[in-house]
Ligand binder design. Structure first.
Ligand SMILES: Nc1nc2c(c(=O)[nH]1)N[C@H]1C(S)=C(S)[C@@H](COP(=O)(O)OP(=O)(O)OC[C@H]3O[C@@H](n4cnc5c(N)ncnc54)[C@H](O)[C@@H]3O)O[C@H]1N2
Ligand code: MOO
Length: 418
């Protein structure tokens, strides 16, 4: 597959091309399918179409607590109707209604034979074995019809659907005991850097606390990854080769050491391991020195997607969100949602590369818009903490004016306004 337009100069793969490469690689390495109960399948991607096995509601039933009647009997309301039966949820009335009679009924209880409407408790008075109906109702009033929700034989959910709570509701209502879903892809993060102190404590001169080893598991778990293990490696070529080569998981994600410095060993290590480089160097700020490709089968493990993310925390988070997250979704056969399109609340500064700016979705009088979060260099953590989305702003010599619509990608696990 030639993923990248060969006429583009090296190191300038567009964000759109890079996402296509990531999604393609993900699709080439699908995870296994397993069968789970709907309760256990929450957050998974459905692996096969589900057809509605029975119509819902399964029977005509009452939408309200009240009295099942024949609508025609209420035309001259107020009218008293003798109560001849009761239909409770799970305990249908044994007998039907003959003209001029009524039955007590509960919400969700089966409509008795002969009844075609429900009078709410609030609109009636019960006395001496009869109900005095104060309002006239028409046929079908407060009745839920069999099959009005979904019909047997029609599609319920399509393969690729993410099983969120509402879809679990449909599976539950249909009585489906098991669904085929994709296994969550597992990830190993190989975090590089002699300067990184893991687990807190006192910083020695020149050290920084670990950020990426926390950020990537948090982001990827929110995006549907299974276990995300983190292994550490110093700035050493052989150790980097050993760490990447020995990494478990369905996907390997390195961070740091992917640029062009004397102590950046990731790209040469990937080459030494026989990795297939599909893209290196993006038209993206932050995230330019990102590597995308696959590791070959080795040591009993199959070939698998690999991502070399830059070490700056914003670069790591941005490239993981833009590339690794859709790749994981593609590995499960899931639909990768398209970006939102929202106007900028303020002008974006000029920039020589396409920017993935840390941003917040905001609602104003005209609807949703996207607000940028101040200075955006790739070492800064403040904008990451405040962001719930990335705003993709094309390269421009002049400021991009307020009001310009841009692509917006919500960050997994971050909700607008929360
Ligand atoms: N001469 C050039 N220098 C750099 C270039 C370039 O094109 N020419 N590209 C710059 C860009 S853009 C980026 S992005 C960075 C990426 O560098 P690396 O991926 O090699 O990352 P490192 O050098 O290892 O680290 C960069 C930065 O990130 C900090 N870091 C790394 N890991 C962690 C961690 N787990 N937790 C917190 N912080 C981490 C590290 O301390 C550095 O400050 O290269 C530019 N240089
Ligand atoms: O591309 Mo780097 O990611 O500017 O900071």
């Amino acid at each position: 597959m030639p993923p990248v337009d060969p006429t583009r100069r090296a190191g300038s793969t567009t964000v759109a091309d890079a996402r296509t490469v990531a999604i393609t690689i993900g699709g080439e390495h699908p995870t296994a399918v397993e069968r789970l109960s709907p309760a256990a399948a929450a957050g998974r991607v459905l692996a096969e179409d589900v057809v509605v096995p029975l119509s819902l509601p399964p029977f005509d039933n009452s939408a309200m607590d009240g009295f099942a009647v024949r609508a025609a009997d209420t035309a001259a309301a107020p009218v008293a109707l003798p109560l001849v039966a009761e239909s409770r949820a799970g305990h249908p009335a044994a007998e039907g209604l003959v003209p001029g009679t009524a039955a007590r009924i509960s919400t969700g209880a089966r409509m008795p034979e002969g009844a075609d409407a429900v009078v709410r408790v609030e609109d009636a008075d019960e006395e001496d074995g009869a109900v005095r109906v104060r309002v006239a109702v028409t046929a079908g009033h407060d009745v839920r019809r069999a099959g009005e929700d979904v019909r047997a034989g029609e599609p319920a959910l399509a393969a690729g659907a993410l099983l969120h709570a509402g879809r679990i509701a449909l599976l539950g209502g249909l009585g489906i005991a098991e669904v085929a879903v994709a296994r969550r892809p597992t990830v190993t993060v190989v975090a590089t850097g002699d300067e990184v102190l893991v687990g807190g404590g006192e910083l020695a001169d020149g050290q920084v606390h670990d950020v990426n080893g926390l950020v990537l598991p948090a982001l990827l778990a929110a995006a549907g990854a299974g276990t995300v293990d983190v292994v550490r490696v110093g700035d050493d070529r052989d150790a980097t080769i050993a760490a990447i080569g020995g990494a478990g998981g369905d996907v390997v994600v390195t961070c740091g050491g992917v640029s062009v410095g004397r102590h950046d060993h990731v790209r040469p290590a990937l080459a030494a391991l026989g990795a297939d480089e599909r893209a290196y160097g993006l038209d993206l700020q932050p995230g330019r020195p990102t590597w995308i490709g696959t590791l070959p089968a080795a040591d009993g493990r199959g070939a698998r997607p690999a991502f070399g993310l830059p070490g700056n925390p914003a670069s790591a988070l941005v490239t993981a969100a833009l590339l690794v997250v859709p790749a994981l979704r593609a590995m499960t056969g899931g639909v990768v949602p398209p970006p939102l399109r929202l106007p900028l609340t303020e002008a974006a500064p000029p920039g020589r590369r396409t920017r993935a700016l840390r941003a917040r979705r905001v609602a104003d009088a005209d609807g949703m818009a996207v607000a940028l979060l101040g200075p955006q260099q790739s070492h800064r953590l403040r904008p990451l903490a405040d962001a719930d989305a990335l705003a993709i702003v094309p390269a421009a010599d002049a400021p991009t004016p307020a009001g310009t619509p841009v692509d917006v990608l919500p960050l997994p696990g971050a909700e607008a306004g929360a």
